[in-house]
Design a protein around this ligand. Structure first.
Ligand code: 9MG
Length: 285
């Protein structure tokens, strides 16, 4: 039987590494078109990612970048729900909601979201119960502290061991809240309270995170771990490095890679798959 996730009725096969397209629903600061412009722009972008071959989409209304502040509940709902609703209707793809607020989890799943992606690993008040009630897969991600301060001076004795332990604890908490293991994914949280060195140690030893026995999601796309080693200060110039990172994450055990540049990543993963699948002459039956 092929490993797969049931994302609110939409099946996501995990027989090979899958590509999650990033859909940030943040006000378009260049246009004063307000909410409609924001929704329309986000949906148009997401439909393009679907065209490029995304296996699922991740819709987020609150930036989680280092230093980011909180978005009020009403604002996050206003950003996310219209986009989730339209994408669930207009694409056959599973739509993930990137949120840490239980109210947004409930409303987004009611609007058609088939996965919850929580960078706080359901640690917010009420989040475990909301995710359990939602009945969709949930991504539990490691973060050290808060977005505001996580990059100040991240330090670990054993980053891989500590991230592994945190994720094991969150899996246990989720199972105790009634979320079956079959609906749990984990994520080491690249860039969330890690130095560049920590990030590459986690990437190199991603197999140890995969030993937790649930699918691993990895998000390196356009992050500073890529920009630093390639000296690319502009995020849009980090595509090549990001694609290399996605291939390495997939080769090291990631079941899903969360990316901005879907077309490039889809092609790169096809090359990886060919390498893993084609029988060598010596092996040919
Ligand atoms: C929302 N978001 C930003 N970066 C992320 C990452 O690396 N993983 C997950 N699951 N979500 C992320």
């Amino acid at each position: 039987t092929t490993p797969a996730l049931d994302c609110g009725g939409r099946r996501l096969k995990l027989d090979r590494p899958r590509v999650m397209g990033i859909v940030n629903v943040t006000p378009d600061s260049f246009s004063d078109g307000g909410a409609h412009a924001t929704t329309d722009a986000a949906v148009a972008h997401a439909l393009r990612l679907a065209e490029e071959g995304a296996d699922l989409l991740d819709v987020g209304g609150e930036s989680t970048r280092p230093g980011a502040g909180e978005v009020p509940l009403e604002e996050e709902l206003a950003r996310v729900l219209p986009v989730v609703e339209r994408l669930a209707r207009e694409t056959g793809l599973p739509v993930s909601v990137d949120t840490s607020k239980p109210e947004v989890m409930r409303a987004a799943v009611a609007a058609g979201a088939g996965m919850i992606n929580d960078v706080y690993a359901l640690r917010r008040e009420g989040a475990l119960d909301a995710a359990a009630a939602a009945g969709v897969p949930v991504v539990l991600m490691h973060m050290l502290g808060e977005p505001r301060s996580m990059q100040d001076a991240p330090a670990y004795d054993d980053v891989v061991g500590e991230v592994h332990r945190f994720l094991a604890d969150r899996i246990f908490a989720a199972e105790m809240a009634g979320i079956p293991r079959a609906r749990i994914l984990v994520d080491p949280g690249f860039g969330f309270g890690k130095t560049v060195a920590h990030n590459y140690l986690l990437l190199r030893q991603l197999g140890r995170i995969a030993e937790l026995g649930v699918p691993v999601l990895a998000g390196l796309s356009r992050k500073s771990m890529i920009g630093t080693v390639t000296s690319r200060a502009v995020a849009a110039e980090r595509v090549h490095g990001s694609v290399a990172g996605a291939v390495l994450a997939a080769q090291n055990g990631a079941a899903i890679v969360r990316v901005h540049d879907v077309a490039a990543t889809v092609d790169a993963l096809k090359v990886l798959q060919a390498c893993l699948e084609q029988p060598a002459a010596a092996e040919r039956p």
